[in-house]
Design a protein around this ligand. Sequence first.
Ligand SMILES: Cc1ncc(COP(=O)(O)O)c(C=O)c1O
Length: 430
Amino acid sequence: MSDGPTYGFDTLQIHAGARPDPATGARQTPIYQTTAYVFRDADHAAALFNLQEVGFIYSRLTNPTVAVLQERVATLEGGVGAVCCSSGHAAQIMALFPLMGPGCNVVASTRLYGGTVTQFSQTIKRFGWSAKFVDTDDLDAVKDAIDENTRAVFCESIANPGGYVTDIRALADIADAAGIPLIVDNTSATPYLCRPIEHGATLVVHSTTKYLTGNGTVTGGCIVDSGKFDWSANDKFPSLSEPEPAYHGLKFHETFGPLAFTFHGIAIGLRDLGMTMNPQAAHYTLMGIETLSLRMERHVENAQKISAWLEADDRVEYVTYAGLPSSPYKDRVKSQYPRGAGALFTFAVKGGYDACIKLVNALEIFSHVANLGDARSLIIHSASTTHRQLTPEQQEAAGAGPGVVRVSIGIEDANDLIADLDQALSKASA
Ligand SMILES: Cc1ncc(COP(=O)(O)O)c(C=O)c1O
């Protein structure tokens, strides 16, 4: 595709980053199933290794199939570049890696995927990093949590599991004033429903495992850079602003400008952490992204219908879907998520924990799995699975208490999904 006119989302999700294969004319992006690439000559090899020329060296760093996906996601998110990696969790580490150092912290929302809460509250401590969790609806608490060692604010746009929507603009303003980036996990919203960079985010991370692939086939992750952050404005980000010993003193920000974060992610992050996406996974995700807008429209339409039906049902205590007129987030949805509030939410079943377990066991179309963003409808009891490692207080703060189940509404016939929930709720409340 040329850099010509600005194309619409539906066009970009099919074409951005791709072009007919120069060697064969293949119209679909080939799976470049190769580890290494032949250098033209020794000077070419040296230039690639010195980052003086952009090209392919070794597939731990770059691969042509993965490169198409990187450009596609960056374009859809409105960023300048992206780095794909092996999972959403890898993307989170890759996003923090250039920013943090021993003693540094990230201010993170309490409403995050349970695995992220565990990654941030436990695992990153081994790098000497830490996380401070705050309710990101309480903007004063966010401001108060930021200290001289804070290197980023981290939130999810549509938070897993409750489907709560975040005021990205407000958090971006706070991060900006503190001279640090806002990182938004946009997995549940996808760029079709929300483009965090337009609301002031510096970096966007994805678990491409979910809606971007859309069919539950492969794990993957991606970090998109807005290209807008001045990494040299203060002394907080030496990995990007100071000389890099492994590249003979090259300064990433000075050398690559708005692409500094992306180049660092490939040249240091993938090179040394090795959390690489493989070309097969990139292929499946590219296939999925081609239909992203169509699927998201149906996901949202179904979630809207099903959440309204559940809310009106006597066997259900409450529903957290932010697209409902009763949601405290309805104005925020209108301004920052105008195409809808996604398809992920929780509902509380009368009868608490036991009723939730019976419901999950009785469903026939909904699959009981630890995943979201599949074409299929999925359900999970978060408190006993994805949020199991969390304390009861953390579970409640994340919206994953013992009396709620989380659903990821698929793109099947909504009436069939309602009938399935109806029969399972009857069994759960029997
Ligand atoms: C919102 C969110 N972010 C990140 C992740 C982690 O992604 P992955 O499983 O691809 O590592 C998940 C996984 O469920 C998620 O729901």
